[in-house]
Ligand binder design. Structure first.
Ligand code: FAD
Length: 385
């Protein structure tokens, strides 16, 4: 089925690239919880991973909706862009708030694949939803920051050269608002010894290369600071619309994969002498998932259109992420149910994609927090937390 002609040249290119990575490849990576390094290398070489990097630094300088099309196609082809998607949305923080020196030092390498910016250290064991409660500190000593603390769920840290780290530079009792006094550091992990930075993998229900990271008197040069000290929370928030839109695109890709898979399997599977999709009990959940996906896709396009026009589409970006995550989850349910027992066998890939798409109800932002955002910031109801 061909649902979408937007950025068709890019979509065709990504589809071609994805054909080199069969479902068997993704299944093998999943079984071994192995990082899909070959896929990430190919995506980097093709230039698609540098889609949002400006021409002057060697990137493709494409609009966000083109980047969304790239991620959507990877998921629609049965792959998982979570192995590398953060590089796309973290780029905005560096581009908007990084110094010229930081951009000149790192962006060309990121664009040509020599350097990887994949690790985003925000969440801690005691601070997920409540970001401002984070406890990792960076204290200035001369020309260095000394970082102490712990991050959790820092995905891809073992496969990244750089980490964008949110930490506290002014203690919470010295600031007016809890979100003040936080700063972003762009850390070159290649320059840090293991006794200062320890990365431990965390095994999860799907293949996600996530980790916990410990900082022990880690020394970082002061020029790692992104923008101004104490403004980190704002800088991270400013990247959230792009993150929501890109994750929504992955969910749309998942939903399309589940729907196509359910229709083609269900049309062929004959039970009681007729295809199972002849039963409304089978076809209606698939049709409903399709309608949900298309509605979410329209919201995503509106969010992306406004983002690319330089607006601040917080409402649309949040709604797109929630609606797309819900659509992919409903499509996953319909697809698994359509496959009956076979949906549980890993050779059909349905159970793998089912596990992968479940994450988006929780991370990078949970559905509840999107509803809270809409309640408070769009509808004017009291803040609930
Ligand atoms: C596989 C994976 C990869 C991840 N990768 C990264 C990464 O690369 N970098 C990074 O920084 N983080 C990462 N995260 C962390 C992710 O962003 C957090 O898990 C998420 O923000 C939720 O935080 P939490 O897990 O601490 O849940 P909690 O904050 O403990 O919340 C638990 C539940 O309570 C709900 N809840 C909490 N407060 C409220 C409220 N006021 N109203 C209604 N409901 C509420 C939440 O919605 C959630 O469902 C990752 C997580 C996972 C699982």
């Amino acid at each position: 089925m061909n649902y979408d002609l937007d950025h068709q040249d890019i979509r065709d290119g990504v589809r071609k690239l994805c054909q080199q990575f069969s479902s068997d490849y993704w299944r093998r990576c999943d079984r071994a919880r192995a990082y899909p390094a070959e896929f990430v290398d190919a995506l980097t070489r093709s230039g698609y991973l540098g889609a949002l990097i400006p021409h002057e630094y060697g990137g493709l300088e494409l609009p966000l909706l083109a980047a969304a099309a790239i991620l959507e196609e990877i998921h629609r082809a049965g792959g998982n862009a979570a192995a590398c998607h953060a590089q796309m949305y973290m780029m905005g923080t560096v581009l908007r708030h990084g110094s010229d020196a930081q951009k000149a030092k790192y962006l060309p390498g990121i664009a040509d694949g020599a350097v990887r910016l994949q690790a985003f250290g925000v969440t801690e064991p005691g601070s997920g939803t409540d970001t401002a409660a984070l406890q990792t500190t960076a204290r200035r000593r001369g020309e260095r920051y000394i970082v102490n603390g712990q991050k959790l769920w820092t995905s891809r840290a073992e496969h990244s050269d750089l980490m964008l780290l949110l930490c506290r530079t002014t203690s919470i009792d010295e600031v007016e608002r809890r979100s003040d006094g936080l700063s972003v550091l762009l850390i070159d992990m290649r320059e840090i010894s293991e006794d200062q930075l320890l990365i431990r993998p965390v095994r999860t229900m799907m293949n996600h290369a996530t980790t916990e990271v410990f900082f022990k008197d880690m020394e970082v040069p002061v020029d790692a600071l992104v923008g101004d000290e104490g403004m980190g929370f704002k800088y991270i928030l400013s990247g959230m619309n792009a993150e929501r839109i890109l994750i929504a695109a992955e969910c749309i890709g998942d939903a399309k994969w589940f729907i196509d898979k359910a229709v083609s399997y269900g049309n062929q599977r004959v039970v009681f002498d007729r295809p199972i999709t002849q039963n409304q009990g089978i076809q209606f959940p698939i049709a409903r998932a399709y309608a949900d996906m298309r509605a979410a896709e329209l919201t995503l396009k509106e969010a992306g259109r406004r983002f690319d026009a330089g607006e601040n589409p917080g409402e649309e970006a949040n709604m797109a992420k929630m609606l797309a995550a819900d659509a992919s989850w409903r499509a996953a349910e319909a697809c698994l149910q359509t496959h009956g027992g076979f949906g549980f066998a890993d050779e059909y890939d349905v159970e793998r994609k089912y596990r992968e798409t479940r994450l988006y109800q929780v991370a990078p932002i949970s559905t509840n927090l999107i509803l809270s955002y809409l309640s408070e910031h769009v509808l004017g109801m009291p803040r609930s937390y």
